[in-house]
Design a protein around this ligand. Structure first.
Ligand SMILES: Cc1cc2nc3c(=O)[nH]c(=O)nc-3n(C[C@H](O)[C@H](O)[C@H](O)COP(=O)(O)OP(=O)(O)OC[C@H]3O[C@@H](n4cnc5c(N)ncnc54)[C@H](O)[C@@H]3O)c2cc1C
Length: 398
């Protein structure tokens, strides 16, 4: 990993999710020779809603993709908070203008497939090599200087391997000896519904957050397709889903959530429910080893209660590219700097997501009452305080 000009740098990116595609593009902008490996075939409509906050949009703008992403999404007007017990409103905050004013951008709710499509089109336009249907695995020995790739029975060597293989990263397990699972496990059920027959509360261009006991659910429109995204999250001791395509029956979902009758009636149109993985990995002490770096969920799978999954992935790609730009002749130094910067940030993000889990899922009546009172007071008298504590997240520029 010595003196090597960026323009000669041969890079493999493992995984064509948000992290992999964004990193591939940013490293290509630096002049690197990038090849992306994706184990699945391209798919048009996978996943559901995803949220891009100002810190993520900043990176998309650097890729000249800000407008294209906004075109496929919606910027919600308000954040509306409810007590799930009686579906009573706690209060609502205008966010569209407030966020624009505070961070220069509001946040975008969109279907994940639109974000992937926009990134993928740019990857193709930039003529970055992308191999679909090819699983790439590590060839790793502790005593060897470089890690290589095993792909289709062949050994592939690269100067830099960017691992973006998601929350169940095999690379992380093998190279970084990751085996720790955290004690809290959660499950999330999600479905996307057309607006027909839904109560008006779900139809507005708002993000709705319902706080239940030991659980919560969120709804928002996914963009121009006129659909509404529902995600139900709860603490769980049993089986946690392990992939993004795992279907469960509507009955399984309803039995598990024991929804109030009125709410259950809203979901008569639900046909397919997906159970999602909420896998928390241990907080890494480093996201770099030899010529390998981790980005996105591979670096840290954390609770999604700050809606930072895709944004954290975009941040990773931006910081990695910047570190390489800063040390164009010293890859080792660049990767070490990347690791140091990101581990610090990941630890902070992880902490705040875990805190949100505790707050969102309060079970005792008294604590819930105090929390709701606190929200009511903040919304009525100090709405800017609500966002002030989030400035370090949304203002991040690497
Ligand atoms: C199919 C799918 C649907 C999703 N839907 C949503 C959603 O609707 N809402 C939401 O908030 N989040 C969703 N997520 C998760 C979200 O995309 C991530 O939390 C976030 O964007 C960070 O992305 P990532 O690129 O790190 O990981 P991911 O988006 O998980 O991407 C990882 C990619 O790596 C590929 N891969 C894994 N192992 C290998 C290997 N050995 N070789 C080659 N390729 C490999 C996977 O097939 C995948 O495409 C989804 C993820 C996936 C994979």
């Amino acid at each position: 990993m010595g003196l090597r000009k960026i323009s000669n740098l041969k890079v493999a990116v493992i995984g064509a999710g948000v992290a992999g595609l964004a990193t591939g593009l940013l490293l290509r902008q630096l002049g690197c020779d990038v090849t992306i490996f994706e184990k699945d075939k391209p798919s048009k409509k996978e996943g559901a809603g995803i949220q891009i906050t100002s810190n993520g949009q900043f990176v998309l703008e650097k890729l000249s993709l800000g407008e294209a992403v906004i075109r496929g999404g919606l910027m919600p007007d308000k954040l509306c908070l409810f007590d799930e017990d009686d579906l009573k409103s706690i209060g609502s905050l205008e966010i569209l203008n407030r966020l624009k004013h505070r961070y220069g951008r509001s946040f975008i709710a969109l279907h994940r497939s639109h974000l992937i499509k926009v990134l993928l089109e740019k990857v193709k336009a930039e003529k970055i090599k992308i191999n679909f249907g090819l699983e790439a695995l590590p060839l790793f020995a502790e005593d060897e200087q470089y890690v290589s790739i095993s792909c289709n029975g062949e050994k592939v060597k690269k100067d830099l391997i960017v691992v973006a293989d998601g929350v169940s990263s095999k690379w992380k397990k093998i190279i970084f000896n990751e085996s720790k699972e955290r004690s809290i496990s959660q499950s999330a059920y999600r479905f996307v519904l057309s607006k027909k027959n839904l109560p008006s509360v779900f139809l507005k261009n708002n993000v709705n957050l319902f706080f239940g006991r030991g659980r919560h659910f969120v709804t928002y429109p996914t963009g121009l397709d006129g659909k509404i995204n529902f995600v139900f999250c709860k603490r769980e001791k049993g089986y946690v889903a392990n992939g993004w395509r795992e279907k469960v029956t509507k009955k399984q979902f309803l039995d598990d959530f024991e929804l109030d009758e009125n709410l259950e009636a809203c979901f008569s149109n639900v046909k397919t429910v997906y159970k999602w993985p909420i896998i928390e990995s241990g907080i890494p002490s480093s996201v770099q080893k030899k010529n390998v770096v981790l980005v996105g969920d591979a670096a840290l799978g954390m609770l999604p209660y700050m809606a930072q999954g895709a944004n954290k992935a975009l941040e990773d790609s931006w910081v990695l590219a910047n570190c390489i730009r800063e040390y164009p002749l010293d890859l080792e130094k660049a990767l070490k700097k990347y690791s140091k910067k990101r581990v610090k940030r990941l630890q902070k993000l992880d902490k705040v997501s875990r805190l949100n889990e505790k707050i969102y899922h309060l079970e005792r009546k008294m604590f819930r009452w105090i929390f709701f009172l606190y929200l009511r007071l903040i919304i009525a008298f100090l709405p800017s305080l609500f966002f002030k504590r989030l400035d370090w997240i949304y203002n991040y520029k690497g």
